[in-house]
Design a protein around this ligand. Structure first.
Ligand code: G6P
Length: 368
């Protein structure tokens, strides 16, 4: 291994394990400013009070960060939030409210589709743009009035990991800041959200400690051709991210569904050969997820469940359970991103693929 890799075998593995540090560095930025407009740049104090909604544009893993943010922005801030795939948005005649804050999410700051979507949004009349980005000297933040830089450090593995979880921190801070400005977040709520952020790197470290158990699962996946990921609510985007990671680096075909949609199609695919990964933290939808799991079991599908300590799941025939850290509330998607990243990593290792440079993919897609 090269000097840069230290004890790790791949950049992806190193970057997965750097997440507690990347998160706490990014959370430091939030602590420095508090949930105040200045966190998003000098002009934010003037821009944010005028906004009537948020329009998120992104690609790939960054798009899934956007889907998670929609839940936070609508529930915490009470602000309407649309999320669109940049390459789709840029080619349709979209409706634009000038006072919707265009928010791009991009690790590299150079993704062509995201950059072009931003330009198009400006042409359509959107007045202001916010860039959530990990690279300071890049094109997208330069073209945006407002900016939040994630502090993940250089990300080398093609499949994004630490950039994703730090983007989530920036987006969560946006939701709380907007909520505060609109009187939806009280001083007590604000203190609680800050406290939850401070505990996040520790919970992520706990999740990283699950690696041996996840590695033990990976052999079962390595021989499969397909996998299904289920989640609901805030955790549906994490199911999407888990499926994307598995596709990208292990080349196993994977799909993600919000668990309530099972009965509208994917249940037809379930048999003994279809492993079903379930993100099942103890949130308001847990009982619904449990009944979705019974539907899978009844068709012979083998379940691989990530459930937190409070979910009270036990192992049984065809039901494997890994216990994630105690439920951390609205930041739970950040914690649950970790096991799905590690699962993809170890399945890819078991299949012998080139983890850091998967075939046909590029780290930064600057062409169409
Ligand atoms: C490529 C990378 C992905 C990344 C996506 C968006 O497809 O392989 O990991 O999520 O681009 O990149 P960005 O730099 O805009 O976040």
């Amino acid at each position: 291994a090269s000097l840069e890799l230290g004890p790790y075998s791949h950049f992806m593995q190193k970057e997965i394990h750097e997440q507690p540090k990347a998160l706490s560095d990014t959370i430091d930025a939030v602590q420095d400013y508090g949930f105040n407009p200045e966190l998003f740049g000098e002009r934010a104090g003037e821009v944010l009070p005028q906004l009537e909604g948020v329009k998120i544009l992104a690609c790939g893993t960054s798009y899934y960060a956007g889907l998670t943010a929609k839940y936070w922005i609508e529930t915490i801030a009470g602000v309407q939030c649309d999320v669109e795939i940049a390459s789709e948005y840029r080619y349709r005649s979209a409706w634009a409210n000038p006072n919707y804050l265009v928010t791009t999410i991009s690790q590299s700051g150079e993704t062509l589709d995201t950059m072009e979507a931003l330009k198009y949004a400006k042409e359509l009349g959107h007045r202001y743009a916010l860039s959530i980005c990990n690279v300071r000297e890049s094109a997208i933040p330069r073209a945006s009035e407002l900016v939040f830089f994630t502090r993940a450090g250089a990300e080398i593995g093609v499949a994004s990991t630490k950039a994703f979880t730090t983007q989530l921190v920036g987006l969560f801070a946006l939701a709380v800041t907007l909520g505060k400005m609109r009187g939806k977040v009280s001083a007590a709520d604000e203190a609680r959200y800050l406290d939850e952020l401070r505990h996040l790197p520790g919970s992520v470290q706990h999740a990283l400690n699950l690696e041996p158990q996840i590695k033990a699962w990976s052999d079962k996946f390595a021989a499969k051709d397909n996998a299904l990921f289920l989640g609901r609510g805030l955790h549906f985007p994490i199911a999407l991210e888990g499926a994307l990671k598995l596709k990208e680096i292990s080349y196993i075909h994977a799909e993600a569904y919000p668990a309530g949609e099972l009965k509208h199609g994917p249940l037809a695919l379930v048999d003994e050969d279809m492993p079903v990964v379930v993100i099942a933290p103890n949130d308001a939808l847990l009982e619904k997820v449990k009944s979705n799991m019974q539907e899978v079991r009844a068709r012979g599908g083998e379940l691989f469940v990530f459930a937190d300590l409070d979910s009270h799941f036990s192992e049984s025939d065809g039901v494997h359970v890994i216990r994630t850290p105690r439920h951390v509330g609205v930041l739970s998607p950040v914690v649950h991103a970790i096991p799905v990243q590690m699962l993809a990593y170890h399945v890819a290792l078991a299949r012998g693929t080139d983890v850091d440079k998967p075939r046909n993919l590029a780290k930064s897609v600057t062409v169409e």
